[in-house]
Design a protein around this ligand. Structure first.
Ligand SMILES: Cc1cc2nc3c(=O)[nH]c(=O)nc-3n(C[C@H](O)[C@H](O)[C@H](O)COP(=O)(O)OP(=O)(O)OC[C@H]3O[C@@H](n4cnc5c(N)ncnc54)[C@H](O)[C@@H]3O)c2cc1C
Length: 334
């Protein structure tokens, strides 16, 4: 857990301590520039998250794994792999449709945080000043400087430059009252929702794979959390519903979602209902951007405000990292 530090004035205020905000802050911090991160979550990481259920079992209920195809991300990853903060996940993945299994045609190298996905965020967050568990509700511009209004800390600032590393709709909420030149581009971006269900089963699911991309089902993805490196051997599964199904059921109560997704699991896998020891669902309002922008970040040089995130040049963890990383480098060079 990163200690909560009170927000201070700095050259850069970065809203959002997900992968994009952390990557951007890392670049600035390493170059000796002063930054202050803000996040409404209790831990950094945003959608790279690990949730603890009753009984202490932990589940990766957001991002399941990440790829590292770009040389700069590979370069950042190498020492973290050596330190054991992240590891390769070599579990067998398949495609699944109503019990019919198709092997993955060309397996990709996949990585996970150890002992949970949130370890990736912790690795990025080390040494950065992050003000957690406080939602920023308003940003104001006074005499050429940015000021923020946070629910707990109140008025914070001043900051010379503002970075919004938030899902586009949340960034728009804060920026829309300012004449920011890239607002129309942000407004064109959507992020699809996702229902996630975490299940602790009494006995092993009768399958010989660690995860599956699911078709012809409310589900899009299932994974054995326990098959990832550094996790306890308990039979823990994470289920993700598809975007259309998640949108259509967005306002249903979690207990209903729990029941529907369990049934979808038994049908997809082709087995009888199994005993469940514990379960919990989570609704991600902004999960995945179906059509990210081609630009890695957007910047308004007049107002000294920039935005980054997986919806810029993304999607996914690697895209979020590269978005924040490139924005950070550009800000350092100015
Ligand atoms: C269910 C699910 C499954 C996924 N699976 C994968 C996968 O397998 N592989 C993969 O690579 N990617 C996956 N992704 C996508 C991946 O998690 C994201 O692309 C990436 O984490 C986005 O990072 P980000 O920094 O752009 O945004 P976020 O992680 O969303 O970070 C934004 C941060 O801003 C904070 N925030 C928002 N509003 C405010 C406010 N007003 N004040 C203060 N703080 C605020 C939030 O708390 C959050 O921490 C998945 C995502 C979800 C939800």
């Amino acid at each position: 857990m990163v200690p909560v530090t009170p927000p201070s004035s700095a050259e850069f205020a970065i809203l959002g301590a997900g992968v994009a905000g952390l990557a951007c802050a890392s670049q600035l911090h390493a170059a000796g520039r002063s930054v202050q991160l803000f996040d409404k979550g209790r831990r950094p990481g945003g959608r790279v998250a690990t949730r603890r259920l009753e009984g202490g079992l932990e589940f990766d209920h957001g991002a399941q794994y990440f790829t590292a195809r770009h040389p700069e991300f590979q370069h950042w990853l190498k020492p973290r792999l050596a330190a054991g903060l992240v590891a390769e996940w070599s579990g067998r993945l398949v495609s699944l449709s109503r019990g019919v299994i198709t092997p993955e045609p060309s397996p990709t190298t996949r990585y996970v945080g150890v002992p949970g996905m949130s370890a990736l965020a912790a690795a990025l967050a080390g040494g950065l000043p992050i003000h957690l568990a406080d939602r920023v509700t308003r940003v104001e511009r006074r005499e050429g400087q940015w000021w923020l209004l946070a629910e707990e800390a109140g008025l914070c600032g001043p900051y010379r430059h503002l970075v919004c590393a938030l899902p586009a709709p949340q960034g728009i909420d804060l920026l829309q009252e300012h004449p920011v030149e890239f607002l129309p581009e942000m407004q064109a971006v959507t992020l699809a929702p996702c229902w996630a269900l975490m299940l602790h089963l009494a006995r092993p699911l009768p399958v010989d794979y660690a995860g599956a991309f699911v078709a012809d089902s409310p589900l899009r993805w299932i994974a054995s959390n326990s098959s990832k490196p550094g996790r306890p051997a308990s039979e823990c599964w994470v289920l993700h519903a598809g975007p259309e199904w998640s949108q259509a059921t967005f306002d249903e109560p979690p207990a209903t979602i729990d029941s529907w997704l369990r049934d979808a699991l038994w049908e997809a896998v082709g087995c009888a209902p199994q005993d469940v020891l514990a379960s919990s669902s989570q609704r991600w309002k902004y999960a995945i951007p179906p059509s990210p922008l081609s630009e890695r970040f957007l910047a308004d040089e007049t107002l000294h405000v920039s935005v980054c995130g997986d919806w810029c040049g993304g999607p996914r963890v690697e895209g979020a990292f590269l978005s924040g990383w490139e924005l950070g480098r550009q800000l350092v060079s100015r």
